[in-house]
Design a protein around this ligand. Structure first.
Ligand SMILES: Nc1ncnc2c1ncn2[C@@H]1O[C@H](COP(=O)(O)OP(=O)(O)O)[C@@H](O)[C@H]1O
Ligand SMILES: [Mg+2]
Ligand SMILES: [Zn+2]
Length: 327
């Protein structure tokens, strides 16, 4: 993973803030306990003095074993008494202990010699925030999705009316975001323009973000333009490709609207394939029909896309419909 140092620095700062905040919380705990149980202040002083004496003995040489032992026993006894006093007064027995946001790494950011997952998810979150800045993801929700905008008349030989079909699509999307977990299978949304593909994929995105997962939203032309620029111009500031690979949920909008080039085709195949092998889902939406996708992208990409949940969208352009209702 080659995240940029900028996001590492942001995560380090975040970690420092958490540590400061937790030190402050512990200080408040101590103050409160000492106010409620004044003996505790004296006992904590004794503990500190014992600790100081211990370090003097340990620094000096000679037959200090016995002294060390005595002080240790003394300290253990004081600690036990403090715990007793705390619980007698309705506090938790660990009320004076250091507070950690992450028990795994105890807010050091390092676990078993590696960056802790709490640190890495901060790095990822900062990078996603950066990439999503322009998408307005928070403006789209399931609540504002209006199913009555789809016609309730059967057309052609379809067994469902567009509204019935879209009700199923809607329910699938709601459940997908509600049960979101990793690994899972992605979604391919297809259908003409203005049928709500972007709306529903962003609604899923904002729900999944709320659960604490990292989500990237972007249109295929935008994201691929970024990736290509970074690929050919090493000085670019961001590092989009690895985030597209590693984020928990990738929402790739408007597949097929990007420039048709060898580079884009190869990158897309690699992206879709790598994510699928890791079980990282993507929501891909496209105005293309399945046969158009196959024609443009070939068998390899097509066969990968077909393993995703296929959601065809039905109806007539919602923008037109909404404008008609306004008049
Ligand atoms: N079912 C719906 N209820 C309310 N607004 C909708 C619905 N479907 C689409 N829209 C709105 O119509 C516009 C076009 O929808 P969009 O999701 O961009 O379509 P698509 O991505 O399929 O082209 C957007 O402003 C969107 O919020
Ligand atoms: Mg769209
Ligand atoms: Zn941690």
């Amino acid at each position: 993973m080659s995240y940029l140092s900028k996001y590492y620095t942001m995560a380090e700062n975040e970690l420092n803030l958490r540590r400061n905040k937790n030190t402050e919380i512990q200080r408040e705990h101590i103050e409160k306990a000492e106010r409620t149980i004044p003996q505790i202040r004296e006992m904590r002083k004794q503990l500190a003095a014992g600790g100081a004496r211990l370090s003097v003995i340990l620094l000096g040489s000679g037959s200090a074993r016995q002294a060390v032992k005595e002080i240790s026993v003394e300290n253990i006894e004081i600690k036990r008494k403090i715990k007793q006093l705390l619980t007698d007064n309705g506090f938790d027995e660990n009320y004076l202990d250091p507070v950690f946001s992450c028990e795994k790494c105890r807010d050091t950011g390092i676990y078993e010699g590696k960056r802790c997952s709490c640190f890495m998810s901060d790095v990822q979150r900062f990078q996603c925030d950066d990439l999503n800045k322009a998408s307005g993801m928070n403006l789209y929700s399931f609540d504002t999705f209006d199913i009555s905008l789809y016609p309730d008349k059967r057309s052609g030989g379809d067994s469902d009316t567009p509204r019935q079909a879209m009700e199923k699509v809607f329910r699938y999307c709601v459940n997908f975001s509600k049960d979101f977990h990793l690994p899972c299978n992605g979604i391919l949304m297809s259908g003409k323009t203005g049928l709500g593909k972007t709306h529903l994929s962003l609604a899923i995105g904002s729900e999944v973000i709320k659960k604490g997962y990292s989500v990237i939203y972007g249109s295929a032309p935008d994201l691929l333009r970024k990736v290509e620029k970074e690929h050919f111009n090493k000085e670019e500031e961001t590092d989009t490709a690895p985030v597209l690979q590693d984020c928990d949920l990738l929402i790739l909008d408007d597949l097929g609207a990007e420039f048709d080039s060898k580079f884009n085709q190869a990158f897309l195949y690699n992206l879709i394939n790598t994510r699928m092998n890791k079980g990282n889902p993507a929501i891909i939406s496209t105005n293309y029909t399945l046969s158009e996708i196959k024609e443009r992208y070939g068998e390899r990409i097509m066969s990968r896309l077909l393993t995703m949940k296929n959601l065809p969208f039905y109806g007539n352009d919602i923008r037109v419909r909404k404008n008609m209702l306004k008049k």
